[in-house]
Design a protein around this ligand. Sequence first.
Ligand code: ATP
Ligand code: MG
Length: 596
Amino acid sequence: MTADAGLATRWPTIVKQPAAVPPHLADYDATCAEFRWDDARRALNGLPGGGLNIAHEAVGRHAAGPLRDREALRFVRADGSTRSYSYAELDGRSARFAGVLRDLGVQPGDRVFSLLGRSPDLYVAVLGTLRYGSVFCPLFSAFGPEPVRQRLHLGGGRVLLTTRAYYRKKVAPVRDQLPALEHVLLVDGPAEPGTLDLAELMAAAEPETEIARTRPDDLALLHFTSGTTGTPKGAMHVHEAVVAHWATGLYALDLHPGDVYWCTADPGWVTGMSYGIIAPLVHGVTAVVDEEEMDADRWYSILAEQHVTVWYTAPTALRMLMRAGTERARAHDLSALRFVASVGEPLNPEVVVWGQEAWGLPVHDNWWQTETGGIMIANFVAADIRPGSMGRPIPGIEAALVARDDDGDPIVRDGAAVLVTDPELEGELALRPGWPSMFRGYLNEEERYRRCFVGGWYLTGDLARRDADGWFWFVGRGDDVIKSAGHLIGPFEVESSLMEHDAVAEAGAIGVPDPVAGQVVKAFVQLRRGVEPTDELRLDILGFARKRLGPAVAPREIAFAENLPKTRSGKILRRLLRARELGLPEGDLSTLEAPR
Ligand code: ATP
Ligand code: MG
């Protein structure tokens, strides 16, 4: 790999004080070795008389027990006021929503879609749909008409919940191309032609008292991937996923009764579903939902005023808070906060360390993807942090690195994948199939699904390294790595080094063709607010990167950019930087975030 010693050696380990270590994780290695998924299955009680249903585990059983009146969801409105739902209330409303589906003649297994902001209706609909035994598919509310049409069509949506405005703008123009879409329910009625008023239907419906006796392998959720590497894929998830949501809620997020937990992800993406709805409710904690968009001061106010104890967010937001400065962070009372975690993109070590400085808490990176349904690799509350590392596999998960040939294909011998064990070398991150939240297919793409499983492993498409102690280090997406003069360069390492320069706020690195080296690195750099983009600065950053990374890995060229193109889930779209640079077709941009 690269000549650079890597991120591992540049940032000192953050050592956890023993007082911060919860007893159930005190002996991490023993915990991992002893853990069995069956233990996690037993921790959930299942439906009385048999069957497993996410809605029962998340709200039904709490509503019938001592947590009945506990606050389940707390919505924070634009003006900072809140509206809370107890477990009993949420259960009652979702039973009523299930009654609406029944009255409409919807069948278990049918697909119910939503195109909604983070409003209570969305949460009620998710739980009501699962309770009824239908399949829920959330769409991100900022999608335009074509991405909405594409996904509704692919998923065979029979019911859609949305608002009047979204209906007019995004659904009505494509409705005649969606013959399977029978019922459109408006959450902010009155109904218009071709739609129904949800409030009216809810008022008229008898609650569905029974919870569908779904089996662990029955389909529950459909999630489209972020579209970072190409056209989004529809990943299919089953009710048994809740077992992993429970286990990871405990081991990776340290959720305990009494916690006020905030996951900033939108339920239009898998994080906002698995960890914005299911995991916290299964643990009986209070989940905060911000109905508004990201804004540094608003976010700090929410953390402080709602006394958030556990916070799960993303690198793009954390980098934005870092840009907003340490002073802003210190102006708020964050004393309730005890655990911060991040997912979605590689987390630059600088951000981990900055968290420690600004809040007195390091950020715990964890890794997973839509396909895995839940967290797979994590920095644990009980373990020291090696800044820049994704951490170690959660209990019950076996992860490895599969060797790839020069074409990037996995190497298999005698039916078994060849594994990389040298800590200096990278391989494709792979997981041993069989964990409960594993996806059970890509919608209408069976062959693509089959190709993910090779030589006894599920291949993730990401490249990583594993150090001698078993910590995993992200190198890059398989499609994003840069091959230069015999080196394989991960954009993450280049970007993280650039971010160490005082003037740099964010960076995206790609490979561009070079007659001698094959490819050389070009970096797009967004400067911190108020910094002038001069030629002198460009040279300074180039020199800085060269010193840190060595000439073989450092960018040959740097361009200043006002904004880096990102997906709506906040990931840098390197494929678009590359396409624009090389004058290639831009590809599927359905998830591209409009520049702010
Ligand atoms: P698509 O599959 O459509 O290209 P996507 O992979 O971005 O989009 P998601 O499933 O939302 O869709 O994202 C999962 C991917 O995000 C992972 O495979 C990985 O590349 C990246 N990722 C997530 N968490 C981390 C992390 N902690 N460190 C590095 N990369 C991460
Ligand atoms: Mg992916």
